[in-house]
Design a protein around this ligand. Structure first.
Ligand code: AMP
Length: 593
């Protein structure tokens, strides 16, 4: 671990939050939490360089919750996030930390959601608002959101907001918030415009970074699987079944709760597994490690702290079921395998949003981590059949077979059947409860853009967003896919499928740039940015090509969408392709950017 802080209690958090953290199963603060929480509790502004997976959400959420006055039903904290998925996720995190804070109310507001509902909820009041810049700006302009009581402002994933073209909106919001408040800016990288925002709006900020010191790792085979299409548990059991040289494994998860849950699930699937977490006393902990050494257990599911210093030579595999907070933790974890001169294997599960952490680990360890192809059902079946055949061959060489051979002869005679049929029936009996074939389908590989296992939960009309999927390589509209990424470089033409040209009522005269249009459309209609086609910027309006077959809800959402405060009023464009439509334009569009 980067820091030596082992307990949330050392960070100055209240008893009520400490109780909640124990309940949600957080054992120790992550390095970024250990550094940020005391600074924020002291009231300083902060620049946190941290990416998804480091525990940054709790790093800012816990201190801001300490400052909330529950009796005052007014927004006291505002968290800006680049996408609605992140807004929902952050709101969910705050909700989960508010277990012991009765009356606490957090509200996500994001583009694409109905104004009526948002207005109703805003009128009812909330202590914390988590929102995307465009929609927050809208509500501030309409005066449906009042920040007079604001104590904390958080910019989460500031570099993403920049990349998505929201930085002007963010600055606008910063300009329109009361002076007296604490500001926390989190960003995985620090591009110049973000530095500039920090310099302009933060007051003597303290900077916090997680260490990414380079480290060498022993000769351990390192692979990763990008979580997609299959639950982690199913993927884990498939992988463990076909891995060569599997002897014993240690599986790392983040919370105490997860150690117990996963151990139970693996036991139910026939593995001998046990949890190892901070709730176990020294004696129990030693017992688990002894059992792993002796072979009474094959799998131990552990948190980082509980697994510190484990030295069991038969551990052939380390599985990072949950990605570690930093490279140092990764190096510690995988060091539990490949001991005493044996071969070691490290498998890392990476959710789509955690890809950046994977790259950080590769850089820090100066070793590429190869992608792992998930074993197919056939691979698993072949492996099981091979093991079954081996076992049958073993038994055929054993003594005392004559008695059974006699029974088989009797069956053959009595039933008038061949030995093969009887053998098949016996094989079936022998495999009862231990099928050789696995149920279900192999996950269909999806393009990276659509891989996302997160599900928004419990916030208003989260599922009312348009969502339709095309077939094959047809474009899809996706309400909760991976967030769009783009920059100012010309984008490639969209991937396959028919396109329809639309016209929108914003153009150069409104100060609009291509990235503003892409950002708004991607976020409001849930269309992945690479499926957005050519954009023609004119003075007073623009054209944009979108995949054919847009569902009504998406079209409606886009009609109401605003870019730079101007309703875009999206509608099919009737003009000739490069004429700029029926209107008169002062300049030619640059149709091919
Ligand atoms: P984040 O980097 O904020 O997106 O957090 C990544 C994941 O780590 C989330 O699922 C959190 O619930 C989890 N997490 C954050 N802090 C801790 C902690 N101290 N102990 C265990 N899990 C944590």
């Amino acid at each position: 671990m980067t820091t030596s802080v082992d307990s949330f209690a050392d960070l100055g958090l209240s008893e009520s939050l400490l109780k909640t953290l124990a309940e949600v199963g957080y054992e120790t603060p992550s390095p970024i939490q250990a550094q940020c929480i005391p600074i924020l509790l002291d009231g300083h502004d902060i620049i946190g360089m941290a990416q998804t997976g480091t525990g940054k959400t709790a790093a800012f959420a816990l201190p801001l919750m300490e400052s909330i006055d529950i009796k005052l039903m007014k927004p006291q904290a505002l968290i800006l996030t680049p996408t609605r998925e992140l807004a929902i996720q952050v709101a969910e995190a705050l909700q989960s930390y508010s277990k012991n804070l009765p009356g606490f109310h957090v509200m996500p507001i994001y583009g694409g959601q109905s104004y009526t509902i948002q207005l109703k909820q805003l009128a009812r009041g909330a202590h914390v608002i988590v929102g995307t810049p465009g929609r927050v700006m809208d509500h501030l302009e309409r005066q449906t959101l009042n920040l007079d009581h604001l104590k904390t402002l958080v910019l989460d994933e500031a570099d993403e907001m920049l990349r998505m073209g929201f930085i002007d909106d963010v600055e606008w919001i910063l300009e329109h918030t009361p002076e007296q408040h604490q500001t926390a800016l989190f960003s995985a990288t620090m591009p110049e415009p973000i530095r500039r925002v920090a310099q302009k709006y933060l007051v003597e900020p303290k900077e916090v970074k997680i260490k990414t010191a380079t480290a060498t790792v022993a000769a351990i085979r390192q692979v990763y699987w990008q979580v997609s299409g299959l639950h982690k548990l199913d993927a884990l059991t498939r992988i463990l079944e076909v891995e060569d040289n599997f002897d014993a494994a240690i599986i790392f998860v983040r919370t105490k709760t997860a150690t117990v849950e996963l151990a139970d699930k693996l036991n139910a699937r026939g593995y001998s597994a046990a949890a190892l977490n901070g709730d176990l006393n020294q004696q129990m902990r030693e017992r688990v490690i002894e059992q792993l050494k002796s072979g009474a257990l094959d799998i131990v599911i552990a948190t980082d702290v509980a697994a510190r210093g484990i030295d069991v030579p038969r551990i052939s595999h380390v599985v990072n079921y949950d990605i570690p907070y930093d490279t140092e933790a990764y190096v510690h974890r995988i060091g539990r395998t490949g001991r005493a001169g044996r071969a070691g294997n490290a498998i890392l599960f990476v959710a789509p949003r955690e890809i950046r952490m994977l790259r950080t680990i590769e850089r820090a360890t100066r070793q590429p981590i190869a992608p792992l192809t998930l074993p197919s059902r056939t691979d698993v079946t072949n492996k099981r059949v091979a093991a079954f055949k081996e076992k049958v061959a073993e038994v055929m060489n054993a003594e005392g077979l004559d008695f059974f051979a006699n029974i088989v002869s009797q069956i053959a005679e009595e039933q008038d059947v061949g030995a093969e049929e009887i053998a098949a029936a016996l094989a079936m009996m022998a495999q009862e409860g231990k099928p050789l074939q696995i149920a279900g389908e192999d996950p269909v590989p999806r393009p990276a853009a659509f891989r996302d296992e997160r599900r928004p939960a419990n916030f208003g009309e989260r599922d009312s967003k348009p969502r339709f999927e095309g077939r094959g390589d047809q474009p899809r509209f996706e309400s909760r896919g991976e967030r769009p990424r783009f920059d100012d470089k010309p984008r490639r033409p969209p991937v396959g499928g028919d396109m329809v040209r639309y016209r929108i009522d914003v153009g150069r005269d409104h100060g609009v740039q291509v990235k503003d249009i892409v950002g708004a459309i991607a976020n409001e209609a849930g269309i992945e940015s690479r499926f957005i086609g050519r954009i023609g910027l004119y003075d007073e309006s623009s054209t944009v090509e979108l995949p054919a077959g847009m569902p009504a809800e998406a079209a409606n959402a886009l009609k109401r969408t605003r870019v730079r405060g101007v309703p875009i009023n999206l509608r099919p464009d009737e003009g000739r392709p490069d004429s700029g439509g029926e209107r008169k334009f002062k300049k030619k569009p640059f149709a091919d950017r």
